[in-house]
Each structure stands twice: as C-alpha cells, then as structure tokens.
Write a protein that binds this ligand. Structure first.
Ligand code: FAD
Length: 825
C-alpha cells in the first residue's frame, strides 16, 4: 500500500468511487481509496441497494444531481454489461391528497428540467406496469427517464476507470486514526500502516459518525434498518425475454411507504412502513463476523403490513413475499440525517477533512461530482447550502437530536410534507426571553434552528374581524401553516407598529487589528465606513455567485457586528472562519445565544421608542442605516440599529439576554396607545417579499450573482473583493442572462407557495424562488429568475400550481415603497 497520496478517500461504496472517478476527470490522480471491506462489493449500503432512482425532488439541487447521476450511470457498461435501465418510474396515488401531491411533483420536475413527465389514469399506469391492479389506485405520475441501476457494477466500472488513470484502491484496510496537526489533516493511520496526505474525503456511508469522530468532525446521521425482500419467482414473469434485469417500471406506493421493482423473474419490494430500527455505531458488525456489516437480522413482524398491501396492489406477488431463501429478505442499513439532507463539504473543524455522506445511489455520482469540484475549484457548480456539512448547530449534532430526527426522517421518507410542516419533536430546545409572553399572546410556534418562533398570534384575531379582504378566505395547501392573523399582523405593521422577536438572527462579532481588511476582502460592499454604519453586503464565490448575504455594522474602529439569518448562521460562521487567513489578526465570536433581538417596525416605531429613551431618535439624530447604543428604561446598553426587514421605519434592538423581557415590557406599555402589536414569522415573510427583500437560500444563492439578483447596488466597484473579476466580466459582457423578477398574480385571490414552474409562451422558463401574499398591495407575489428579455414589467407569465396555470404579470420591484421613503422617514 502507498504511504502517501495527495487525497485519501475513505470508503469505496458508490460515493467514494464516484468521487475518485470525478477527481480523475478533473485531472487529479494522486488519490488513494481505502475500504475496510473487499473491493468493490464492500459490504456497505451500496452492496444491497436495488438501485432504484426516482429523480423528482422538491429540492432543485437534488433533482438536478439525480439527473446528473442517471446520465453517468447510463453512459457506462461493465465489460459490455449494461449498468442502467431507464425503464421509467411510476409514483402511484391511492388518496386524493396524493393525486394533488403528484401534480405538485410534476411541477418540480418541469421546473427543474425532467422532461416528458405525465399524469396517468389507473388503466394507463397498469399498461406500463402489467402486474399492478389498476383498481387499487386513483392515478399515477410517470417519469420516463427514471429506472434502476446495478450499483455494484457501476462502482466496479468507475473504480476500474479511475484505477486506469492512476488512482490507488486498497480493500481490507481500516482507517483507525487521523494525523491532525495545527488544525489541518496530515495523514491517516490504518491497520496496515500510515498514509501521509493533504486532504481526506470521508465517504464512509453509515459509518460516517465513527470515522468523523476520529478527526473531531461531527457527522450527524444515524444508520437505520430498511427492509427489502426479493420475492420467490413469479409465474407471470417466467416468459420475459432478453435482458430481463429490469423491463418493467419501478413503482412507488408512497401512501404506504413501499416501492417495487421487477428483476428477472421476481420482484423486489422495499418497506419503510415500520417503526425505525436504529443501529448504534458501536453495534455495527465488523467484516468477517458473519454476513456483511450493513445487514442486520430480518424482522419478519415489521413486514406484515407491507405484505398485505403488496398482495392487494400486485396480486401476482401473493404468497411469494416470504421467500424460502432467507438471503432474499434483508434488513439493510443506510444513513438518515436530522433534516434528511446530505452532509457535504469541508469540515469547519479541521482543514483538509472533507465529507460526502448520507447520499443515496440516486444522487451518488452527481453529488460526488459536486464535492470534488468544490475541493478542486473552491466551489461546486450547484448551490449546496442545503447539504452543507457545516449547517448544523452543535445541538443538532448531539446523539439525542440526531437519533430522534433521523428516525422521523425515516418515517416521513415518502410522506407528503407541506413546506411549513413543523416537527413535533424535539421542541423547545432554544427559547428566547420572550417565550412566556408569546405563549400568553397565543403564539402559534414554528421552529427554526432549534428556536421556538411565533408564526402568528391568536391575540391578533380581533384585528382580522374588521377585515373583509379576499385573502381571509384561503383554502387547500396554501391555508396550511397559515392563519388570517398573518395578514392582520402584516397590515398592522404597515399602518401602526409591531414587535418582532428576531433573537434567532445569528450574530457574530468580528474584531481585531485586521478585521476591517478581512471584511473588505471577503465582502463586495464597502465596509470601511464611519463607526455606527450599517452595510448590507454579500460575499461572493470566485465565479461571482452569492455565498453569504448579511449586514455588517461597524461598532468600533476594529469591531464589527455581523447579523445574518438564523437558518444560515452556522454556514456563514464556518465560511467566515474558513476564509480568515492564518496571518490575519481577526477573532470571530458567536454572540447569538447571549443577546436578545427585537424588531420594532412600523410608522409608529419612533413614537414608541422615543417614549422609553431619553436619546434623540429623530431622523436627523438617528438616520436610516446607522446604529448606536441607547438606554431603554433601565435596560442599558441597548444596541439599536435603524434598519427594517419589514420595509418600514424602525429599529432592531439588541441587549443582554437576561434583560430582554424587561425591554419587551417597556416597549409594549409604550406602544399601547400607538396600536403596537406582536407579530410573527408569517407577517415577517410577506412583508419582506412585498418590499422586495431577497431571502438567502431561496432568492439568492451561489448560482446567482448580485447583478442577476438585483443587488448591484450593494457592490462597491471602487475596491477589490473576492469574486470581483468574475462579476466585472459579467457586467462588461452585456450583463446577466437572467434577472430576478417580481411577479404578481392577476387574480387577487391567487397565492402560491414557492418552487412552482413559471411558464411563458407555452414553455417553462423558470421556477418560483419565493412566494407570499402581499396584503398591503392586495395580490399574491412570486419571485423567480427570468430570461433578461422577459424580466420587464408588464410581461405576462403563468405560474403552475397543482397542475393549474395561473396568470401573472412581471411587476415593478419592489412593490412597496420603491423609493424607501417610509424607511427613511
Ligand atoms: P457505502 O456503500 O456504505 O460505502 C461506505 C464504505 O465506507 C463502506 O464500503 C465501508 O466499508 C467503508 N468504510 C467505513 N468505515 C471505514 C473505515 N474506518 N476504514 C475504511 N473503510 C471504511 N438508494 C437509492 O438511491 N435507491 C435505492 O433503491 C436504494 N435502496 C436501498 C436499499 C437498501 C436495502 C439499502 C441498505 C440502501 C438503499 N439505498 C438506496 C441507499 C443507498 O444504498 C446508500 O445511500 C448508498 O449506497 C450509500 O453509498 P456510500 O458509498 O455512501 O456508502
């Protein structure tokens, strides 16, 4: 075995081998792949996967990654043996809700580039899948390019190709320790010696937590057992001809958490319809101790429901689902993470330690491509924020949380998940100082980054009473996770004032002699402004895409407060720390948990604040986009920032956590005569969209640059910053090809949720990045990137929502207070 390689990949399952293959594609061959098992049937999850791929996904990134994987699998063969069978995929519906969901899924497919999908009647579905009893379903969604792949053959082929290009592969080698010095990986130790290296890519599948722990890198996933049965031969399949490995479509029956695929003269039946069975890392068997480590004893009782339902839907399978050969029934393990996403990227904890974990066969080749691009070029082609290895707060990597959430992801793997559906457990992990007050006001709590955050308050119900707008009558999907109080809170913020608990915003202090130079280097806007300035800015990728989007406030000459979203907090923190050079004297301290934050926003905000402070908060004394310390009643200091995500006059107020409640009480009492209300996240979101504020992760991400996103105003061209060259080239090359556009629906009752396809002249041209109802303008709003030629006000478009196209028109952006007069009042 070699004793050095530039890159060591741990794991020769489909992810690790795909990564090695893609590295060679980028010209990197000084790579060694190690696996504790035999090559290339290593005994990990890949060894058992039936290889089924359903590409449709609500995540644009994962949907495209699945398509990329299929393209690669389809392009390879193993000594003439086909590896991919594009037999098509059927997702069947047995409930009216699922029929609706399938329309939504077809919308994702259209929005994200899967072609020729269809919604089928039961008889049409049975024509494609002859053993399916059409009487048992209400309809189906058909994706002709779905299918099944021979995972082990794909791995073997990609491994051989990579080996031919110089990559080393060693089976029967267990990595036991990492050599880490000065925060950087220098090598790995194995049971067969040490390998010196510059970087490691962990592709250890469900062993990830154990391998990660050796490097001090948390990999939050659990190994869950999943049942798969290869039935006894089915007489109806006896006469199949030719290459019979897969001739019939792969089928998902998501209402019962089951899937089916024909293989030669039998079927594979997969079952998620049982209580999750988690295997602790310490109980994973070693190679050589009997069956493969990824196999656990078959639990027959867990299969009962599956058996009955399968026999109903596929009568030909009746009596053949408990095969006499025990090897045909298995509990196989694979990874589930707290939020169902993959875990990908360079660890914030140790330089040079990369991970690509919790990835299905469906996404393996495509995700491996992204991670190696990231390793080699500094950025992946796709925005991988939702898979970012550093997105988890420490509590989200605790075993208790990972197991609880991982099990729930298993239960819900095929469920219809509303975008606003809230987890029931674990809750009340992080509480702001206002929790008891929120409860008293009848808050409906949503959870984000562990915080309990009011979405709306039942106490505001009376504000709805006098309102007769169309929007009070919402129904269906759009009415879930919503209540008319949201609209009432939105309007009250526009007319009077509201208190928003924004404590979950992530806050960091960036300090030190080189803090300014560091921030100027990584951010596109000018940071060097007088003490007390607030700057909205982005950090760009080398190709000019938006990697972070946040505000930087200069508190002192060499002390800056960074405020960003709660959801992106860990990602942004890790990114900032990673981009600090070794010789830069800069400290970055997380302050989120020690500071409360309140947004006091609305035209009456000044009157209210002035009542509780002696400081002059007039426009002259305290202008827009400035910040300073105040004393509010007895609460001192309160750091006040004149900025508002609602697009109204107002302040963000920050202070010691312990004094949050007192601050609320003072403001609440002062606000009584000014119509002050408490408002929640629902109103926050609709207010920000009405004002045209972009949301990171939805409207803006690394695949779009500030010019496309309409954020050119926050780019300071008189300085150097990361990504500048690329951005200049876009600017000087005729500008971006797409632009983020604001659209409003022609029918004032229409409201959509986001991610829907946008049509223009009978063609899908884009998808909705954010959507909400604009209660003050009286119309539903959608944002999306449109080809520049049509991203102009007045252009008619259509937004497809559950299979129906709704007329919309490109509108002015923003719709609310375009000159910012209310903000600057
Ligand atoms: P693995 O294949 O598990 O590879 C990880 C490798 O790391 C192993 O070979 C292991 O030996 C090695 N390793 C771990 N620790 C060390 C160490 N310390 N030193 C050296 N080597 C180490 N996905 C789909 O998309 N479609 C399906 O139809 C599907 N069906 C499935 C059915 C079953 C029964 C199972 C079990 C899984 C299924 N999956 C399916 C999931 C899919 O198989 C996995 O997500 C995927 O194979 C994971 O690939 P991997 O390379 O990350 O992990």
């Amino acid at each position: 075995m070699r004793d050095r390689a530039q890159t060591v990949i741990i794991g020769a399952g489909i992810v690790g081998v795909s990564a090695a293959y893609h590295l060679t594609d980028l010209g990197v061959t000084d790579v060694l792949v190690l696996d504790q098992g035999p090559l290339f049937e290593t005994g990990g999850s890949t060894s058992h996967a039936p290889g089924i791929i359903f590409q449709t996904n609500g995540s644009r990134t994962m949907c495209r990654i699945a398509q990329d994987s299929v393209a690669l699998y389809d392009s390879v063969d193993l000594d003439g043996e086909r590896c991919w069978y594009g037999v098509g995929g059927l997702e069947v519906a047995t409930t009216p809700e699922r029929i609706e969901e399938l329309k939504r899924r077809q919308g994702f497919a259209r929005a994200y580039g899967i072609e020729d999908t269809e919604l089928l009647a039961p008889a049409e579905a049975a024509e494609k899948s002859p053993l399916l009893d059409p009487a048992t379903i209400l309809g189906a969604y058909w994706v002709p390019s779905d299918g099944a792949g021979k995972a082990v053959q794909i791995v073997t082929k990609l491994g051989r190709e990579a080996r031919a290009r110089g990559v080393g592969f060693e089976g029967g080698v267990t990595v036991t320790r990492f050599d880490i010095r000065e925060g950087r990986v220098r090598g790995v130790e194995t049971d067969r010696g040490t390998v010196e290296c510059e970087r490691v890519l962990i592709c250890a599948g469900f062993w990830g937590p154990t391998v990660g722990a050796m490097a001090g890198v948390p990999i939050p996933l659990v190994a869950v057992q999943h049942q798969l049965v290869w039935t006894d031969p089915i007489p109806e399949l006896a006469g199949l001809d030719g290459d019979t490995w897969a001739l019939q479509p792969v089928v998902r029956h998501q209402d019962m958490s089951l899937y089916f695929r024909q293989r030669d003269d039998h079927y594979g039946v997969g079952n998620y319809r049982h209580e999750p069975i988690v295997t602790p890392q310490t109980s994973i068997r070693r190679h050589g101790d009997g069956p493969m480590p990824s196999l656990m004893p078959w639990t027959p009782g867990d299969f009962d429901l599956c058996e009955a339902e399968t026999e109903r839907m596929f009568p030909a399978l009746a009596g053949r689902l408990r095969p006499s050969d025990p090897e045909r029934s298995l509990n196989g393990m694979f990874s589930f993470t707290p939020d169902g996403g993959s875990v990908v990227g360079e660890s914030a904890a140790v330089r040079g330690v990369w991970v690509c974990e919790a990835v299905w066969v469906t996404h393996a080749a495509g995700m491996a491509r992204q991670v190696v691009e990231w390793m080699e070029t500094g950025e992946p082609s796709y925005d991988l924020a939702e898979a970012d290895a550093n997105r988890f707060y420490p509590f989200q990597a605790s075993p208790a949380y990972v197991v609880e959430r991982g099990k729930q992801q298993y239960r819900e793997v095929y469920d219809i998940i509303h975008p606003l559906q809230q987890p029931s457990k674990p809750r009340e992990i992080r509480l702001t100082p206002f929790f008891a007050r929120h409860q008293a006001l009848g808050a409906e709590f949503f959870t984000g980054a562990g915080w309990e955050r009011p979405q709306w308050f039942r106490a505001n119900r009376e504000l709805v009473g006098g309102v007769t707008h169309e929007w009070t009558r919402r129904w269906g999907w759009a009415a879930r996770g919503w209540s008319p109080e949201v609209g009432a809170e939105h309007l009250a913020t526009r007319t009077h004032a509201a208190l928003f608990d924004i404590t979950p915003f992530a806050k960091f202090d960036v300090a030190g002699p080189d803090a300014l130079a560091f921030l100027e280097r990584v951010f596109a806007n000018r940071i060097d402004r007088p003490v007390g300035s607030i700057v909205y800015t982005a950090a760009l990728t080398p190709t000019g895409g938006i990697r972070l989007d946040l505000t930087v406030i200069r508190k002192e000459e060499a002390l800056f407060r960074v405020v960003t979203g709660g959801g992106s907090g860990q990602h942004d923190l890790a990114w900032l720390r990673r981009h600090r050079r070794d010789d830069e004297r800069v400290s970055i301290t997380e302050r989120t948990g020690s500071l409360f934050a309140l947004g006091l926003w609305g035209p009456k905000a000044r009157d209210i604040l002035q009542q509780v402070t002696d400081a002059d908060v007039s426009n002259d004394a305290f202008p827009y986009l400035t910040a300073r310390y105040l004393t509010v009643g007895e609460v001192s200091p309160v750091w006040a920032q004149r900025i508002s995500y609602a697009g109204e006059l107002g302040w963000e107020l920050y202070g010691q956590f312990s004094m949050g409640d007192r601050t609320w009480r003072l403001l609440w009492e002062a606000g009584r005569d000014h119509g002050l209300i408490a408002a929640g996240g629902g109103a926050f979101d609709s207010l920000r969209l009405e004002k045209g504020y972009r949301l990171w992760g939805q409207d803006i991400q690394s695949e779009h640059d500030p010019l496309e996103a309409g954020l050119g105003f926050a780019v300071h061209w008189d300085k150097d910053f990361q990504g500048r060259e690329a951005l200049e080239a876009i600017r000087d090359g005729g500008g971006p090809a797409e632009r983020l556009a604001c659209m409003t629906f022609d029918d004032p009752r229409t409201v959509v949720m986001g991610k829907e396809p946008i049509w223009h002249h009978g063609r899908v041209v884009s998808y909705v990045t954010s959507a909400a109802y604009g209660y003050a303008i009286g119309r539903g709003i959608a944002y999306g990137y449109l080809p520049t030629a049509i991203a102009t006000p007045g252009t008619p478009v259509e937004v497809e929502y559950f299979g129906v196209r709704h007329a919309a028109t490109v509108s002015d952006d923003p719709l609310w207070d375009p000159k910012g007069e209310r903000l600057k009042a």
